[in-house]
Design a protein around this ligand. Sequence first.
Ligand SMILES: Nc1ncnc2c1ncn2[C@@H]1O[C@H](COP(=O)(O)OP(=O)(O)OP(=O)(O)O)[C@@H](O)[C@H]1O
Ligand SMILES: [Mg+2]
Length: 257
Amino acid sequence: MGKIIAVVNNKGGVGKTTITVNLGHALTNRGSDVLIVDMDNQCNATSNFFQQVPDETLYELLDGDGLDPGKCIYPTPYDRLFFLPNTEDSGGLEPLFMAREDRGYSLLQQRLRDYVNQKYDFTIIDCPPNLGLFTLQAMTAADFVICPVTGGSKYAAVGLDRTINTIKYVQESLNPSLRFLRLVLNQIDRREGVDRAFITSAMINYPGLVFDTMIPRCTAVKQAEALGQTVIRAAPKATATIKFRKLALELLDMFQE
Ligand SMILES: Nc1ncnc2c1ncn2[C@@H]1O[C@H](COP(=O)(O)OP(=O)(O)OP(=O)(O)O)[C@@H](O)[C@H]1O
Ligand SMILES: [Mg+2]
């Protein structure tokens, strides 16, 4: 039985897409079959994997009914890694969902969950930087939530109250089996006092809920993004690559217990 992980933070630019893609790739290197779902109609993850948006995407999966999920899932240049792309047009579905009595919160769960649970060890859903309908759909379909957070300035705060409240709301009303898994601290430089303070604050506020593995600020991440590759492929020895591999091991260990 596969596990579905939603990567959520209503704050933008904290590394949701970077972590989705690289954790996904790192898990495949450990023998897992992984599906990445782009739930964000900014389509950053999609444009990392596709020059052109393919015909069948998340839009077609969520619109209408009856599309075989396999039709909108594609192989990637990475063994064992598969991708369900998004299109900017999917934003247009939101008013249609809002007009439904059930708001369409369960649509992704209904249309994808059984299928992916049988085919993939992990399905990782890259969410948009808000707690709107698409994030709620992702959380309703998911087993676990991972929240990336970034340090880097004296104003950096873990700031997850709204995200945590939304997880609680989903647990109470839409998906009782959803679990907050861990925070992942991204863009961390332990030589910086502000980042050390940030780590301390995360540990105090979320005891036992922070991945031991933290992702360093690393120029190779941006370079890889420009090349349309994972940092794991573009820079196998980069500090971020080493940590993404470690993060994958830490996650796998967690599910061994
Ligand atoms: N560890 C890192 N080191 C260096 N750059 C990073 C790191 N993590 C992310 N970045 C860069 O920061 C930017 C934001 O990252 P990313 O797109 O993953 O965030 P996001 O949370 O998905 O953003 P959005 O909310 O807009 O979807 C990107 O340009 C990415 O390359
Ligand atoms: Mg993103």
